[in-house]
Every structure is written in C-alpha cells, then in structure tokens.
Design a protein around this ligand. Structure first.
Ligand code: HEM
Length: 217
C-alpha cells in the first residue's frame, strides 16, 4: 500500500515498520515487484538514520584512531625522527632512542589491541551484511580482507620488534631504517586495501519478482 507523503504520521509508521525488519520488508516488496521500491529505500535511509548503531560507531572510532596512531607514528619515525637523530653523539642518540622507545611501545601495544578488537567486531558485523551480497563481490571482499589480515600481522610483528627490547631481534633494530621503511609501506598498503573494502558495492541480491496470485474465482 502506498503511503501518503503528506501524512507525517503515516510516513513515520512506515519508517518504524522498515526499521523493525528492513530486510524482510524489502524482500517482500521485491517479491511483489513493488513499483515503490525506490521510495522504500528513501524511507529505509530515514529509519536507519534514526537508529544509530552506537557500538558500530565506537568500534569505527577505535579502529580509525588506532590506525592513525600506528601508521602516523611509523611514518613520523621513518621520515623525521630516524634521519634527525643521526647527527647526535652516540650516547645522546642512545638516550633519546630509549626515551622514545619506552614511551612509544605503550602506544603501539594499545593500537594493536584496539585494532584487533575493533577489527574482529567489524568483520563479524560485515559477514552478516555479506550474506545477502552478490557472490563475486563476496569473494573479492574475502580475498582482499585475507591479504589485509596477513599484512596487519606482519606490521604488528615488525612494530613490536622495533619497539621491544628482545636481544633476539637486536639485528633488526640495528637496521631500523630498512624495517621502518618496510613497515611504513605495508601500513600504507593496508590503509589502501581498507579503503577498497569500504568502497566495495555491498548490494543486496533481490529475489526475482513472482507473479501475483490469481484472484480466487
Ligand atoms: C595495521 C593494521 C590496520 C590498519 C592500518 C587498518 C586500517 C583500517 C582502515 C583505515 C579502515 C577503514 C575505516 C573506515 O573507513 O571506517 C579499516 C576498516 C576495517 N578493518 Fe582495519 N586496519 C588494520 C587492522 C585490522 C585487523 C587486524 C582487522 C581484523 C581483525 C581489521 C578489520 C577491518 C574491517 C572488517 C574493516 C571494515 C572494512 C569495510 O568497511 O568493509 N583491520 N581498517
């Protein structure tokens, strides 16, 4: 049944109905070959706006802030800090290095924890959306996500080694320029892949319209 656009209360009712179970409603409308599907989408947007998902928003904040911290910090170290401390005498350079390391390691550990927690939440939620998505897009999403996930662990490993004190990785810390360059490149790649993941068209596959049942004789 069409809703009178000039009737705010009928419009609001329809919005609540759509917000209550938008997918089932959409599938029913699509099955009927409903001509007002576009209009329904407009209502759905309104209804979704009215129902902000705060857990998703907080998780997104945590993910983006942690990514900014980890990636920005790596770029700053490689491009500004490491080349600048080279001019200092050995003992001062070591002191500065230890001061930066002991403070930065806390930020790195917190960033890894937040990226993991919010990332796992994000992917669990995303999987629900992907259930109704075209198979090609779903496969592409999973492939890109798999690459991102592996790269993220390489980045976490390198960041932990470079800010840690384990004697086993002293050689890597001695060659910090190279490993920081690699980590910076990988981190930029991960941000680029994440942008593509976000931009992939998560379109619902509509069930084909069915013929309306013949009226009873
Ligand atoms: C170096 C580590 C990481 C960086 C720099 C990073 C960066 C990003 C960025 C920039 C976004 C886009 C955020 C937005 O626009 O809302 C994103 C989204 C996402 N990230 Fe990460 N991330 C990292 C690690 C992880 C990990 C470890 C996981 C999984 C456990 C993960 C799962 C996700 C998911 C599922 C999304 C949503 C993608 C979408 O919109 O479909 N990320 N990440």
């Amino acid at each position: 049944m069409l809703v009178d656009r000039n009737d705010p209360s009928a419009l609001l009712d329809k919005c609540f109905q759509a917000a209550y179970d938008p997918r089932a409603k959409l599938a029913t409308l699509a099955r009927r070959g409903e001509p007002t599907l576009r209009y329904f989408f407009e209502e759905l947007d309104l209804a979704e706006l009215a129902q902000l998902d705060w857990i998703a928003i907080i998780s997104r904040w945590a993910h983006i802030l942690a990514a900014i911290t980890a990636v920005g910090g790596t770029i700053f170290m490689r491009m500004a800090l490491v080349p600048s401390v080279g001019v200092l005498p050995d003992d001062e350079r070591k002191k500065l290095h230890e001061g930066v390391r002991s403070r930065w390691v806390k930020a790195v550990m917190a960033a890894i924890l937040f990226l993991l927690l919010s990332g796992i939440y994000n992917i669990v939620m995303k999987e629900k959306q992907l259930k109704t998505v075209d198979q090609g897009v779903k496969s592409l999403y999973h492939m890109l996500f798999g690459i991102k996930f592996l790269l993220a662990f390489v980045i976490f490993f390198l960041a932990s080694v470079l800010t840690g004190r384990s004697p086993a990785f002293a050689n890597m810390r001695a060659n910090a320029r190279f490993w920081l360059s690699l980590n910076m490149t990988l981190a930029i790649l991960v941000v680029c892949i994440s942008g593509v993941l976000r931009a992939l068209p998560i379109k619902m596959v509509m069930p084909p319209p069915v013929e309306a049942a013949a009226p009873a004789e």
